[in-house]
Ligand binder design. Structure first.
Ligand SMILES: NC(=O)c1ccc[n+]([C@@H]2O[C@H](COP(=O)([O-])OP(=O)(O)OC[C@H]3O[C@@H](n4cnc5c(N)ncnc54)[C@H](OP(=O)(O)O)[C@@H]3O)[C@@H](O)[C@H]2O)c1
Length: 284
């Protein structure tokens, strides 16, 4: 088997894909802009590549048929880099989002949507074998959203506490990705991946408190307060996107699929599993 190239190998999902493949003894090559800072398992080959510098990609593809693609680079880099990737690969698994799922959580205005759609269009018309993974909200968002407040004290201030989501563990996204990368039968599939339960944001923060043995005071703040206070989690455009999604999600359960289990054979991990696995990151 030729190695599989993971683009986005140092990120939340890519790192899990690389680790899972390395643990299976499957050949894997990780691409990073700064290989020296990648902190990946020692047996993993790490190569330097940058999606904004398409000429750096050719060398990463030596002997590669299959690629896992996480795209967080700017939209201007999409066309030139995808062209290079498609020249070299025969199969691609792309980490997208639930763009086609009718649930309101996933259908609010999103400034990045046009870029996701452009990437998917280029892949679909490329002649490559492709699979799209469409995970909902990552459980790992909790590290960016709530960990700083929880490490600093017992109060968590957050908007739309009643909004339910079905947070997915990045280990489950990676498990599904590895199946799509290594097995036949996933060509042309679009997998909507979620966690196993619909849980309000209040319940998610409470679960973290239980796991770390602390009684957290969870206070609802207004969307306007959130726009002022939550700029630490991302630019205003991202905060507004999340606020619109949570507002639209209130009053109905989150969209829950059984796709993780159907693909991997193992049930999707609960948010409590995820919080337990990440407890140290919430402790001061
Ligand atoms: N968060 C959610 O709830 C959610 C839900 C659905 C879908 N998604 C999608 O998931 C994706 C993000 O996945 P993630 O959280 O695993 O990513 P992440 O943790 O933000 O990591 C991004 C990865 O991309 C690499 N990268 C960034 N710019 C690059 C460039 N110019 N050239 C090469 N590599 C570059 C980074 O590598 P280096 O810096 O090491 O080079 C890093 O490995 C996004 O497309 C997002 O829309 C997220």
């Amino acid at each position: 088997m030729n190695p599989i190239l993971v683009i986005g190998a140092t990120g939340t999902v890519g790192r899990q894909v690389v680790s899972r493949m390395a643990a299976m003894g499957a050949p894997v090559r990780a691409m990073a802009r700064n290989p020296g800072a990648a902190r990946l398992p020692p047996q993993v080959e790490v190569v330097r590549g940058d999606l904004t510098l398409p000429e750096t990609l050719d060398g990463c593809f030596d002997g590669i048929d299959t690629v896992f693609l996480v795209w967080t680079a700017p939209p201007t880099a999409v066309a030139p880099s995808l062209e290079r990737i498609m020249k070299h690969a025969r199969r691609i698994v792309y980490l997208s989002a639930p763009l086609k799922t009718a649930h309101p959580l996933f259908q609010q205005p999103n400034p990045l949507r046009a870029m996701f759609e452009q990437i998917e269009r280029l892949i679909e018309t490329s002649g490559l074998q492709w699979t799209f993974l469409r995970p909902g909200m990552f459980a790992a968002n909790a590290l960016n959203w709530w960990a700083p407040q929880i490490r600093a004290g017992d109060v968590v201030r957050w908007p739309y506490l009643a909004a339910p989501t079905a947070p997915i563990d990045e280990r489950d996204i990676a498990a599904a990705a590895v199946c799509a990368l290594c097995e036949d039968g996933h060509s042309g599939a679009e997998y909507v991946l979620t966690g196993p339960q619909s849980l309000s944001q209040f319940d998610q923060v409470s679960a973290i408190g239980r796991v770390i043995g602390r009684s957290l005071r969870i206070e609802e703040i207004s969307p306007d307060e959130a726009r002022r206070e939550l700029l630490t989690i991302g630019p205003l455009v991202a905060v507004n996107m999340l606020l619109a999604a949570w507002a639209a999600a209130i009053g109905q359960p989150a969209h829950v699929t059984s796709t993780v289990e159907e693909i991997t054979g193992a049930p999707a991990k609960t948010f409590l599993d995820w919080a337990t696995n990440n407890a140290a990151k919430f402790r001061a």
